[in-house]
Design a protein around this ligand. Structure first.
Ligand SMILES: [Cu+2]
Length: 590
């Protein structure tokens, strides 16, 4: 896609003045030198909802299949999952799209979304992700982005190689899973393609091919996706994402809707090339040159564009995941004047909430806001809506700044529909308001040994010459670090820390920590407002709105070693808004 062919795309420059100031207390008295948020909204001529209409999908057919093990290793189920090209149909009226997907033992080609990996608490799995992709990317790789040339890596490591830097590299991260560093799918643990017997180059931090997942944590909705340095946004957009469901007895005793009444839902936005463009009609559209934040105008749920799901007048459990590169979703139901079912959120990223949160008209929340990578476990009862059609609406604008600034309308206002059958309504199987949800483990503020001041910044001029966001780990009045700078954040194994995330940009950033779960202690202008009811549980990704401070608490176990924390807007992550941190075992006195 060249600039001439992207004239229909919307360039969005948000020139909001940050509302921080001296009146808000010391934490907000920051030298804010942020640039306006630059973002691009891609358009898909001919493939909008008005052009195509909703496609009817039986809800059972929308549930991603379950990944089969390939065999066993060391007494544990072993999965060999290849990354391969595939051909995917998003909608009967969109020509087939070339994607990259995960291929299990029973798949003919790469699947998008990847099949669901089913795991059980305390039962170990071995998983090997093998890069069998072509050596040329589906999208243009902008080599100004950090991590896409030899020069971006350790010099001694790079000097072993001559020849071209591998354009297609993959590293697969199980998001939310607590794993040893060597199995984490870190950005520099990538592998180049082994297709056609090619010599594989592995990134400088690569340690092992077969990952060890111990699954020692609470049941939760996790997901696996690509994480290679400098091309994560392209690899995930090409299709490299799937669910990882971790189940356990404490969840089973709740008696939640299950089987074909339990539906994982991956919400994404995509853009497609239309008939008058250079690229094949129906192929994915993505900018040729790096853009710091990118959205599409087509709603895709579990790989299906504009879906209208056929459901029964019964109760369902939906495991919602925002898998977009940069778009936030504010989810609600609309029923053209009729009543809508209440959405009860019972779980967040890494397990159940303290109390279910009712989402709907006249409820404590009108919509359920999910930033990229966040999850919500919800229960919805359609039994009083037989014969009705409910629309899933989105009130989150793009780019997203904060709930008070960005919910006044969306450029993608409708995402999906539920058409409720006319069969006999079935009574709900659980009452979400009286469920005895397992208590999330509480981290103790009294046990905190270290409080860190972390800045989220967008400097005026980055040496890369492109729109760069950075993390600042050295307090608020120091120079922010780049990815390649030395590790400065070294929590001690087993200790509790509070991180104060100060957003000095006019954009919201979903901040994700690998290895740990954390809790939100406070947010708002000085970090002392109460967390939202939807985040009173264990999380791995937290929304930090423009200009605010979010305080999170975590205990750094169960593994020592190298991990990362980063923004989950994939364009930000790819261009330096990510830093290594290391959990250390040495005592502070040494
Ligand atoms: Cu960000």
């Amino acid at each position: 896609m060249t600039d001439e062919h992207s004239q229909s795309n919307r360039r969005i420059d948000r020139r909001t003045v940050l509302k921080t100031g001296a009146a808000l207390g010391t934490a907000a008295m920051l030298p804010v030198a942020a640039r306006p948020t630059a973002a691009i909204g891609l358009t898909s001529p001919g493939f909008g909802l008005g052009d195509l209409g909703w496609q009817d999908v039986d809800i059972e057919d929308a549930i991603p299949g379950v990944m089969s093990p390939t065999g066993t290793r060391d007494g544990a189920p072993y999965y060999r999952v290849e990354m391969r090209p595939g051909t995917h149909s998003h909608h009967p009226d969109i020509p087939d799209t070339k994607v990259w997907g995960y291929k299990g033992p029973n798949d003919a080609e790469g699947q998008y979304p990847g099949k669901t990996i089913e795991a059980a608490v305390n039962r170990r799995l071995k998983v090997e992700f093998v890069n069998e992709l072509p050596d040329q990317h589906i999208f243009d790789v902008d080599t100004r982005v950090h991590g896409t040339t030899w020069e971006d890596y350790d010099e001694e490591w790079a000097s072993q190689y001559d020849g071209a830097f591998p354009e297609v590299r993959t590293s697969t991260h199980a998001h939310g899973l607590h794993v040893e560093s060597a199995s984490d799918g870190l950005p520099e643990q990538w592998s180049s393609s082994s297709a056609n017997g090619a010599d594989v180059i592995t990134g400088p931090q690569f340690e092992k091919a077969v990952y060890d997942y111990t699954n020692r944590q609470s049941p939760a909705t996790l997901w696996y996706h690509d994480h290679a340095l400098g091309t994560t946004r392209l690899n995930v957009y090409a299709g490299l994402a799937g669910f990882y469901l971790l189940r356990g007895p404490e969840e089973e005793r709740l008696g939640l809707p299950s089987g074909d009444r339990e539906v994982p839902m991956l919400f994404q936005d995509r853009a497609f090339n239309g008939p008058d463009e250079d690229e094949p009609t129906g192929s994915y559209k993505y900018p040729e040159e790096f853009e710091a934040e990118v959205s599409g105008d087509v709603s895709v749920v579990n790989g299906l564009a504009w879906p209208r799901f056929q459901v029964e007048p019964r109760q369902y459990r939906f495991r919602l995941l925002n898998g977009s590169n940069g778009r936030f979703f504010g989810l609600a139901f609309d029923n053209e004047g009729g009543t809508v079912p209440t959405m009860y959120q019972i779980g967040t990223d890494l397990g159940f909430l303290r109390d279910a949160v009712a989402v709907g008209p006249d409820q404590s929340k009108e919509s359920l806001l999910l930033a990229p990578a966040e999850r919500a476990d919800v229960v919805v009862d359609f039994s009083e809506h037989a014969g009705e059609t409910l629309t899933v609406t989105n009130d989150a604008g793009f780019p997203f700044e904060s709930p008070s600034e960005s919910t006044d309308g969306s450029d993608l206002p409708e995402l999906a529909q539920f058409e409720v059958g006319t069969g006999t309504p079935q009574d709900p199987v659980v009452d979400p308001t009286s469920l005895r949800l397992p208590e999330p483990e509480q981290f103790s503020e009294q046990a905190t040994v270290t409080t860190r001041q972390m800045g989220l910044v967008s400097p005026e001029n980055d040496p890369s010459g492109i729109d760069t966001h950075l993390l600042n780990e050295g307090g608020l009045d120091t120079e922010p670090e780049h990815w390649g700078d030395d590790v400065v954040t070294e929590p001690q194994l087993g200790t509790t820390e509070i991180w104060e995330l100060h957003n000095q940009t006019p954009d919201a950033h979903p901040i994700h920590l690998h290895l740990v779960d954390f809790q939100v202690v406070g947010r708002g202008p000085d970090g002392t407002d109460a967390p939202d009811p939807t985040e009173r549980g264990n999380k791995d990704t937290v929304k930090v709105y423009a200009g605010e401070t979010v305080r999170i608490i975590s205990r750094f176990g169960n593994f020592a070693g190298r991990y990362v924390w980063h923004c989950h807007i994939l364009e930000h992550e790819d261009q330096e808004m990510m830093r290594p941190y290391e959990v250390v075992t040495r005592s502070p006195k040494e």
